[in-house]
Design a binder for this molecule. Structure first.
Ligand code: DAH
Length: 335
């Protein structure tokens, strides 16, 4: 009997120690001390089966064990409630900041350019990055063996297909499909076989612009680009239209802005000149209109093309184009 009781006590202790919460602990209590089925309770109840001289001894023994189990239960109950307390979360502690993604600086610059031109009534259109020679060169008045093709050393895919070297072919695609009035910008990637350095990368972004209507003049081009520069940089930035040449515009100009860094006094960024070139532009060449069956006597238009990386670099004072494509979070997380 003594042995049996001792075994019961050890079993109860083991189960009590194994209980990890109040519910499990209560189940152990019921198993041993429950009023009906409790293992210890039942022994006490059956004590009348024993001979009268054995009863007090066994009764005393069972009560001892009952008390010991009760104490174990109490001890474990305290432990459990302390453990639960320790698990509490202190909600007054400052939270952990999740790492947020952000838009690439080129995307941000593109969005800003789009916002400005949409405000002027321009529509955003896109064209394919794999172009035919016809759209990339010929329709833009750059026939085969035209020297201007050399400046845009291209990635050819086969005899007639290449990765577009400029966004200008989108002008042709739009004019083929629509009649004037036209006001579009065409953002997108361009590709040239340039050696990589601080200002050249074989893939880059341009935004093309085109406006065609019955009485468009060079003044409209100037007004439009001046508004753009003042929005993109600030109202104090000055513009300079420098005569230039593009096969698809006549007259053509390159547009400079007063240096963002030194305000025109001359510094390292503008090589002491005080001016920075930001885009090419001009009046659409009648030859281009003829290619898309527009009557050059009836319609005029202006066009422009700008490099997005260049504008982004000037806006944020970035001195190496390669930073855009290295995916270094130390760089990217600054925008
Ligand atoms: N496509 C020219 C380039 O990549 C940029 C350009 C110049 C676009 C004059 C134009 C323009 O639309 O009128 O160098």
């Amino acid at each position: 009997m003594r042995e049996k009781l001792e075994r019961l006590r050890l079993e109860a202790k083991r189960k009590i120690d194994e209980a990890t919460n109040e519910k499990e602990l209560e189940a152990v209590r019921v198993e041993f001390l429950g009023r009906r089925q409790g293992k210890i309770t039942q022994i006490l109840r059956n004590i009348t089966d024993l001979s009268p001289q054995d009863r007090p001894l066994v009764g005393e023994l069972v009560n001892q064990i009952k008390r010991a189990v009760q104490e174990d239960l109490k001890r474990r109950e305290k432990e459990i409630s302390r453990e639960e307390e320790e698990e509490w979360v202190d909600i007054t502690l400052p939270g952990k900041k999740p790492l947020l993604g952000r838009l690439h600086p080129i995307t941000q610059t593109l969005e800003e350019i789009k916002r400005i031109f949409i405000g002027l009534g321009f529509q955003v259109v896109r064209g394919p990055e794999v172009e035919t020679e016809y759209y990339n060169f010929e329709a833009l008045n750059m026939p085969r063996y035209h020297p201007a093709r050399d400046e845009q050393d291209s990635f050819y895919l086969d005899d007639t297909h290449l990765l577009r070297t400029q966004t200008s072919p989108v002008q042709i695609r739009v004019m083929e499909k629509k009649s004037p009035p036209i006001r579009i910008i065409a953002p997108g990637r361009c590709y040239r076989r340039d050696a990589v350095d601080a200002s050249h990368f074989p893939m880059f972004h341009q935004v093309e612009g085109l406006a065609v209507d019955k009485s468009i003049t060079f003044s409209d081009l100037k007004g439009c680009l001046t508004y753009f520069v003042h929005q993109m940089f600030d109202k104090k930035t000055r513009l300079r239209f420098r005569p230039s040449f593009f096969p698809f515009t006549e007259p053509s100009a390159e547009v400079d802005i007063s240096c963002i860094m030194c305000k025109g006094r001359g510094c390292r960024v503008c090589s002491g000149k005080g001016w920075l070139e930001i885009l090419g532009a001009g009046m659409v060449d009648p030859e281009v209109f003829r290619k898309v069956n527009y009557d050059p006597e009836k319609y005029q238009g202006f066009a422009f093309g700008m490099g997005v990386e260049r504008i982004c670099m000037l806006k944020y004072g970035i001195d190496d184009i390669r930073l855009f494509f290295q995916n270094d979070l130390r760089f990217l997380s600054q925008f």
